[in-house]
Write a protein that binds this ligand. Structure first.
Ligand SMILES: O=C(O)[C@H](O)[C@H](O)COP(=O)(O)O
Length: 306
């Protein structure tokens, strides 16, 4: 297959990108950072865009943090000017979906298989959460007589996402809610990433955690809210009229084809794949839907224009 995607390797190409787009949507893991390790010249690239008056948004599928915590992470890593309003995470997208689309009544509780980011965003939307990071669930041994097995009849939704403190009790309790009432409690996943990159390793992604309860329950999620889901894009467009009116003024930058690039393309935006995370250069020519551009790393936009 031929390469239609343009590799960003010259000053002219980098400047053309700066001229052409007004909205820059960034994936985080594998684009800006790997865990807590910042990738080269990413701060300079973001500063350059902001100094040119571009709208910069951060769109991450990582549900373990809420927007507030991401803001702190950005500041800690040296992105001094980033605000909560610039961040859209899959945990926030999930809360928006449950509140605005599913319209789950506020007196219903939500069972969480996931980390704090999901709990906080759901609580900010006005819901009471169960499970999640409750220390009661961090047990070494499994006991089917754990008090949590007396299921709460007020649970009206199950949300599953990336979980670092995985254990048999949390998975089995999630299964109980997925089977409860003839499998009728709505089941929402934050995102489908099978893996995520950190320090040269591929770690278990949210999709792999969700898949275990999918397999056990024989149920697929009723909705998955992170990239490439269009709900997340609609949330962004609703707050950015210019992007809504002309999506081709937007560039989605990411490291994964089946989430980031698909998300951008489905939203009508151009796409830039960077090779610092999941995908390898050899793959670019092999896929049917190639990104508009690709680059060895995000920082080349800054480096090429200096
Ligand atoms: O498994 C996950 O949740 C994701 O792989 C991960 O955290 C992706 O985050 P993103 O690349 O969208 O920042």
């Amino acid at each position: 297959m031929t390469i239609n995607s343009q590799k960003i390797s010259s000053r002219e190409q980098a400047e053309a990108i700066l001229d052409k787009y007004d909205y820059f949507l960034f994936d985080c893991d594998g684009v800006l950072w790997l865990g807590d390790h910042l990738l080269p010249h990413v701060i300079e690239t973001i500063d350059l865009l902001q100094s040119k008056g571009k709208t910069v948004l951060f769109v991450t599928n990582n549900s373990t943090k809420c927007r507030e915590e991401y803001t702190k992470k950005f500041h800690k890593l040296g992105f001094g000017s980033v605000t909560k309003e610039q961040i859209v995470g899959s945990s926030y997208a999930t809360a928006v979906y449950i509140e605005k689309i599913m319209k789950l009544p506020k007196d219903k509780k939500i069972w969480v298989l996931g980390e704090r980011g999901i709990e906080i965003e759901l609580q900010e939307a006005g819901y009471q959460t169960l499970g999640g990071t409750d220390p009661e669930l961090n047990v070494d041994s499994f006991d089917p007589e754990h008090p949590y097995f007396n299921l709460d009849d007020d649970v009206g939704c199950v949300v599953a996402g990336l979980l670092f403190q995985v254990n048999y009790l949390k998975l089995s309790l999630t299964l109980q809610y997925l089977l409860k009432d003839n499998k009728s409690i709505p089941f929402v996943g934050t995102n489908i990433d099978s893996t995520f990159p950190m320090k040269g390793k591929l770690l278990m992604g949210a999709g792999s955690i969700i898949e275990s309860v999918v397999f056990a329950s024989g149920r697929q999620p009723d909705a998955v809210c992170g990239k490439p889901n269009s709900g997340m894009m609609n949330t962004i467009k609703a707050k950015n009229e210019g992007l809504k009116a002309n999506p081709l003024k937007g560039l989605m930058i990411g490291d994964r084809l089946n989430t980031d690039m698909l998300f951008g393309r489905n939203g009508g935006l151009d796409t830039l794949l960077v090779l610092t995370g999941i995908e390898l250069e050899q793959l670019v020519s092999k896929v049917e839907q190639q990104p508009t551009y690709y680059a060895s790393k995000l920082g080349v936009i800054y480096e090429l224009t200096q």
